[in-house]
Design a protein around this ligand. Sequence first.
Ligand code: KG4
Ligand code: ZN
Length: 357
Amino acid sequence: MRILSIETSCDDTCITLLDAKKNFFEILANAAISQGKLHSAYGGIYPNLAKNEHIKNLPILLKRVLKKSKASKPDLIVVTSGPGLEPCLWAGITFAEDLAKKWKVPLVPVNHMEGHVLSVFAKGKKFSIPNLHPARGGASFPILSLLVSGGHTQLVLTKKGFKHEIIGETLDDAVGEAFDKVARMLGLPYPGGPEISRLASQARKFKIKNSKLKIKFPRPMLKSNNFNFSFAGLKTAVLYKIRDLKKAGQKLTHELITELSLEFENAAIETLVYKTAKALEKYKAKTLIVAGGVAANRHLREEIRKVSKNVLFPTPELATDNAIMIGMAGYLNYLKNPKKKYKIRANGGLRLGEMIK
Ligand code: KG4
Ligand code: ZN
């Protein structure tokens, strides 16, 4: 069956055409337009500006995908209904609804975070969601997922049948958001995660593991007896440090920015890895998935590998938002209940495991 998937939850407009049979997938065409450059001028995402860009980009991408795959119409359309920025989600949903009506094909909503969980199984042009048996090289249940993006920081436990349960999440900022905000304080371009990560990696290349100036930031919530995170305090600690340094007459030199990036990244990643290791132990998870934009972070990957041998990461291109993962999740949703007719609404705060009405 041919699945057209649409993703517009944040600042990337993405459309994919997948062919799916049982648990085998083939990417027939994949197209995306990133608004990263547009928003970088503002240091963040403006929902209404992003929405208008999505509306402009969607027909262009659809044309590209249909031309590349030489397909006239799909058998199924799937679209992200949340979580995300609601004006942006509506842009995708309205577009998807119009197409479903025109082509008379079913339309299924997708939870964006379920897409991130499944993103780790998409390798190359043809791939399968494995039989979830370790002997076949796949994942086995229960799966623990650390989902880390600009909007989310969650630990999700997935049991047989892809039943999800959130066991911990950030109480304030998402880790990607903290990376972006700290980068902004340091005068680095948006999105800040890759920039901070690049500077911190450079320092480590020269065998500098910790701040030479002995700058130390807090490791938030390490001692809390749960699986929640908090990054607002860490972000404020960086702000105060920069203020104190400036007051003392220090200039934000390249060296100082590198030191601050290194210590910030160390603090953020240490917290993520510590809580993940604790959750792996408590829930006896057999497979660990690390996905979402921040899963592209090299230091996170290295540190996570120290606590888990059976860890799956997405390819770097699929760590950030894409419609391939949305197509996979939408197809699984469709298979669960092929006759179901959905009334789709954008839900910015949609939670994983929640029924989509
Ligand atoms: O999943 P994603 O593309 O979009 C959301 O759903 O939010 O994630 C984007 C986030 C941004 O905050 C970006 O700064 C962060 O992922 N990011 C990184 C890295 N690459 C992207 N954060 C840390 N290190 C990276 N290498
Ligand atoms: Zn995302």
